[in-house]
Design a binder for this molecule. Structure first.
Ligand code: GLN
Length: 305
């Protein structure tokens, strides 16, 4: 496996110059665009890796499945679906999914910004601090590291350049979908996006979802199996935003990207994969990351289709 990962990594290295690191969050533009790393954790607990797989980066949108999972654990699927839908929007992650005077919550899903902001309001806790601490605990279990912290510079950068997310949140508030204080909700969302991980953490999270809620090393269950099926299904249809259909054809596994350049991928029953390469395509997905996953999928017959 290690040899295969090394070879595919070298084959994909030229693609690190085929995109551009996100700069709408200025701190993300400071990342080394030539970084490329991959980490795989098999269901039986075997670890394999290549390249810059221990370089830290922020979860960004890869926190969306965790927000969804926490909201599901706290409320159940029915309550979630009364707030947001489960259909792909076919639009960019930060799109305004609303009409002139209408906002149909079924036109939002938990993998786009509007839906993820709503998820923050559904997490239980007597304060937003408590909600965030509960989210951190679940995140620590998912990534297999309870010492995780947030990247303060990215958090502040995103908070001070967050006009678009503020606009989305106020729109949700004006339509009664979000009731809490907008700044408090957004602070939780920005902090969640700024949680620092590496490829190993992403692979661990993928492996837990692949094992339907069980930790890959101890087999201990951290959430019920039906929730893994729920999250994996939404990852498959919406995880790569408006690139999800093409990704389903090229790679064919549930996955979630983030504008930091990470991709967390789930091969149900088989493995979790974490990838990092900050140069993004127009849709905000890692160019070399998708290419690497595509090759890995071909070599190991990973597509679920
Ligand atoms: N924090 C980013 C934002 O809200 C997350 C988006 C992403 O990773 N696609 O814009």
């Amino acid at each position: 496996m290690e040899e295969l990962l090394e070879r595919l990594l070298e084959e994909c290295r030229p693609y690190t110059t085929a995109g551009k690191a996100a700069d709408y969050i200025p701190e993300l533009a400071k990342k080394d665009p030539s970084a490329l790393g991959v980490y795989v954790i098999g269901s039986e607990g075997k670890h394999s890796w290549a390249g810059d797989c221990r370089q830290p980066f922020t979860l960004q949108s890869m926190v969306k499945p965790i927000l969804l999972l926490q909201a599901l654990l706290d409320n159940g699927a029915c309550a979630i679906q009364s707030k947001v839908g489960v259909e792909a929007t076919g639009k960019p992650f930060d799109a305004i999914n609303a009409g002139e005077r209408t906002l149909d919550s079924r036109h939002i899903n938990p993998m786009v910004n509007m839906g993820a902001i709503v998820m923050c309001t559904l997490i239980h806790g007597s304060s937003y601090e408590e909600r965030f601490q509960r989210l951190m605990k679940l995140t620590g279990q998912l990534v297999g590291d309870d010492t995780i912290t947030i990247d303060q510079a990215v958090y502040l950068s995103e908070k001070s350049h967050g006009s678009k997310n503020r606009a989305l949140a106020y729109l949700l508030k004006s339509h009664g979908i979000l009731e809490d204080d907008v700044e408090e909700v957004l602070d939780c969302y920005f902090r969640a996006c700024s949680i620092q991980v590496d490829c190993r953490g992403l692979a661990h999270m993928g492996a837990v979802l692949a094992n339907r809620g069980r930790l890959p090393d101890s087999n201990r269950r951290i959430f019920p199996a039906p929730l893994a099926r729920y999250v994996n299904a939404i990852l498959m249809t919406c995880g790569m935003y408006d690139g999800s259909g093409e990704f389903a054809i090229r790679v064919g596994i549930p996955a979630k990207s983030g504008v930091s350049g990470g991709i967390m991928a789930v091969v149900p029953t088989r493995m979790g994969i974490g990838i990092y390469s900050p140069a993004l395509d127009q849709k905000g997905n890692s160019v070399a990351g998708i290419r690497l996953l595509e090759k890995l999928s071909q070599e190991l017959y990973l597509s679920i289709f």
